[in-house]
Design a protein around this ligand. Sequence first.
Ligand code: COA
Length: 724
Amino acid sequence: MRMVGCRPLASHRKRDAPRPEGLDAVFRPRSIAVVGASTRAHSIGGNLLSNLFRTGFTGKIFPINPHAAVLHSVKCYSSVLDVPDEIDCAVVSVPKEGVLDVVAQCARKGIRGLVVITAGFKEVGPEGAELERRLTELVARKGMRMIGPNCMGVINAEPEYAMDATFSPTPASYGPLAFASQSGALGVAILNVAQSLKLGFTQFVSMGNKANVSANDMLLYWENDPRTRIVALYLESFGNPRRFVEITRRITKKKPVLVVKSGRTVAGARAASSHTGALAASEVAIDAVLEACGVSRSDTIEELFDLASALASQPLPKGDRVAILTNAGGPAIMATDAVIQQGLRLAELSARTKRRLSSFLPPEASLANPVDMIASASDVNYGRAAKILLEDRGVDSLLVINVTPVLYGPRAVWDAIMDATRGAEKPVLSVFMANEEFYDEARSMPSHPPIYRFPEPAARVLSEMWKIGRWQKKPRGTFRRFRMRKDAIAKILARRRRRGGGYLDPGDAFSVLAAAGIPVARPVFVRRESRLPAQAEKVGYPLVLKASGEKIVHKSDVGGVATGIRGAAELGAALARMKKDLARHGADADGYILQREAHGRELVVGATNDPRIGPLVMFGLGGRYVEIFKDVKFVLPPVSREEVLESLDRLKAGALLAGVRGEPAGDREFLVETILRVGQLVTDFPEIAEMDVNPLFVARRGRGGLAVDVRIRVSGRESAANGS
Ligand code: COA
């Protein structure tokens, strides 16, 4: 351990959980070398150096450039090896051909932290990828930590460091937000927005190619950092989604994690012949993954900052009841719509609140929620009414709307609201529909809560804050493990794997399901047509006839399903029709399945073992149109009974099960148990690559249900999803 320097490396911080090794050398260095510090002011190397001086970095700065003696009045060295002092971190901005040599010198010098700005690596093709591989290998071998390459740099705005090691023209102020951006270019935009919102950072990092330090490392770095109250990420890809899930599930219980995840899907393009597989490769699954981790996903940086600035200045709401205070009817209607659309409720104001409001508001004012004080409302009215509404126990949050009236300027109203609500334990969000002058003025005000221009984003923010608060308080729920005949399942799966994987034949798939404790309408496989009538007698009428064949994936697509067969004659007719249809679709049946006909609502329960996320369970409206209606939810096992019920309630399928227009309710408990059993099955047997139980008939409450069709695909030996 080196002892030089005015303070030990970030030892002033006490941590209650281990953070990723070595990142203090990057974010909390005592000394920084800028390798490639340029003599040209308007170059990347020049900006890097001047930014460090501009923010008043509290440690030592060593410019490195073989062609300069002094830069910014500071001695310049030809190489880090010539610096007599110790160096914690090197910011490298030399042409890519020189990066490996520079990093090797840094290693020799004992430098532990690297920020490699230089581009031209993995992002430009195979040659760059090879250079990056060598760089990453060198960094790992020498036990260094590296941000980048191909990044804009890092900032630690904590006053003890005041370090801006980026080439961004916009500086960052100190505050509660930690931000990791996978895009450097967006990084500048992020810093600009933050500056205009007066939102400060603990640390900001442009991750670049994430060759050594990943977003997951940064999450761990911030997990127990007391100064970081909000973590935000801009991600283009998930490096290790399963680890991301593990980490964020924990962190989000302590502090909000906000993510802008740009369009690409988690699973990427992959062949998926099951409904679940197809949907898992879509955005639906990413949303499910993020939701299951308690992460708030925003579509744009703007949305993310709308939320972040509210979180930075406002407490979380304790409930979903919103009071709206306005001086104009139209925006109040817009706000009401937005609040309801976002899943929040309008608060019922107490009689006392209404009495108090009526004591000073004109008789034309509306005292129900939204409270419309009409256009004559003064700044004083706003202040008094806001205070009264916040004191109502039936109100969890307040949305204030002001459309600039003739008599009172928005600034006076704003000040009155600020005075009246300062220190409130409930969030207050403000929408000002004002002219540009007001927003310009707001920009020059010291740090303040966010001001929204329209009600919709404010309602979205309130809803996200409510979800965050609810997630943080949510109990773990009940987790059940079910008895299953694991040996029987393992045997069937192993047999298929020995043959290189693929779909189980129907009999085996049903056996797996039955061994997992899920009731099945067990099909009877009949190879020879002539044996169908005798077997049908055994199964019992009414029954269903289905075609079976290697290449028949979705039977009904090729006319391979006939239902409601009540006797031998109907069986014969259905068979003839089916053979015609199959021939027309070029599908070959190698046998038939007879099955008892089930009744109830048709649902789907499916699962995939995503190679990078692990098991995902899907459920919702079943039948042929699963992908069209997309009335499905994904959950990540292990999942609690409560979480499944909550997701189910948000589906149309949930409403159908509850019973529509006098219909009897379906057996929700049966469905939930089936979902949990499928979750346990695919977790315990990761070699199940994907499966669909579709349709799963759910009978009336208390009467259970039956799996009527099931497809299970088993991965080959080498590609078992959870194998590594
Ligand atoms: N040690 C120290 N200094 C070195 C050096 C070395 N091994 N090799 C070169 N230098 C100096 C040069 O003398 C030069 O100084 P000068 O301007 O005073 O002459 C300085 O480093 C920069 O080198 P130069 O050859 O002028 O390169 P450049 O400034 O044109 O480009 C990069 C260097 C790193 C900026 C460029 O290669 C690059 O990667 N640009 C893209 C960066 C990017 O987009 N990153 C991602 C952002 S999101």
